[in-house]
Design a binder for this molecule. Structure first.
Ligand code: GRE
Ligand code: ZN
Length: 324
């Protein structure tokens, strides 16, 4: 399918590139590094070759969320957003942007988001999970009270946000001790991100801001597969859950999924049965995944051509009000 739109497509800047070294085998590092820092060469070639017309780009995980020095987090976010805006200006028909935000300072994050949407024309923001604030071990999740005003600003801008994974801190998650294979995208990303997304839903965020829309990658980080059970259990007792509705209702009113890094028909079909085909969108997760794998799967997976069109392109145009 030509004209696909992809939403979880990453880049790095010099200040953040070293984050990614741990994710590559030593012999693969130079290649990954080059792909993350590149905009106009291999990235555009790959998009052309595999029918991706437009990509909304974001800084890759964990980036600004892991910069616990707050003034530096503010500075790096600004720098990354300015650099992204320059690339978008060079290729406005091919690239859009998600803002990187210094969530360590909710007020600064709100101001940076306003700048990115109103002045730079970005389509919303992408956060790489929790942020570290002030010291290595101090973390903040975005259902916290200190983010109330931030979310009001975000909702007023009427742009979606993308909740992207990051690894939990080893110091706080002994369950992964001695099992590095479970960290990162194999399993820990989905556990960390699904809990954070559930915390947001359970906090009443979407009661206060019913129009606010959250995007989850990797076909929903496991939530669609388990949502019946979550609500089944919560029906027996709310156990401190603050929100007014069931998780399934937020999933169907406030959440969208992408296919990033999860190119599997049974998983897609199950997500379509749970969410409907209007809330699922194509993505690759470049350069951690290959356009060839994402596109050859998506272009031939056995869904109706109407659904392929929606998931591959039309849903993203509608959600982000894209002018392509
Ligand atoms: C991602 O963006 O999904 C990602 C990373 C780092 C390693 C693997 C991965 O940011 O999938
Ligand atoms: Zn990603």
């Amino acid at each position: 399918m030509n004209g696909k739109i992809a939403l979880e497509e990453h880049f790095a800047i010099n200040d953040t590139i070293e984050d990614s070294r741990v994710y590559a085998r030593p012999e693969m590092w130079e290649g990954l590094r080059a792909k993350l820092l590149d905009f106009e060469t291999e990235r555009l070639d790959q998009m052309d070759e595999h029918g991706v017309e437009y990509a909304i780009l974001s800084l890759n995980s964990p980036a600004v969320q892991a910069i616990f020095d707050v003034p530096r987090a503010i500075e790096v976010a600004r720098k990354a957003n300015d650099l992204l805006a320059e690339q978008i200006a060079r290729h406005p028909k091919r690239f859009g942007g998600f803002a990187a935000l210094p969530m360590q300072d909710p007020d600064a994050a709100a101001r940076e988001l306003e700048r990115c949407v109103q002045q730079l024309g970005f389509h919303g923001f992408l956060v790489n999970g929790f942020c570290q604030v002030g010291s290595e071990d101090r973390v903040a999740y975005y259902d916290g009270d200190q983010y109330r005003d931030f979310w009001s600003v975000a909702a007023a801008l009427k742009k979606p946000f993308y909740m992207h994974p990051r690894d939990p801190l080893a110091s706080r998650e002994p369950i992964y001790d001695g099992n590095p294979w479970l960290c990162g995208p194999t399993w820990a990303f989905a556990v960390e991100t699904s809990i954070h997304a559930l915390r947001l839903m359970g906090s009443g965020l979407f009661d206060r801001h019913p129009e606010l829309q959250m995007v989850l990658g990797h076909l929903g980080e496991g939530i669609p597969f388990n949502v019946w059970r979550i609500d089944h259990i919560l029906r027996k007792g709310r156990r401190g859950m603050a929100a007014e509705k069931e998780i399934g209702e937020y999933l169907r009113s406030n959440v969208h999924l992408t296919t990033s890094g999860n190119f599997r028909a049974p998983t897609l079909l199950s997500s379509m049965l749970e969410m409907g085909s209007d809330r699922i969108m194509f993505s690759v997760d470049y350069p951690f995944e290959k356009h060839a794998d994402a596109a050859s799967w998506f272009d031939t997976v056995h869904i109706s051509e109407n659904d392929r069109r929606k998931i591959g392109r039309d849903n993203a145009i509608k959600l982000f009000d894209l002018k392509l």
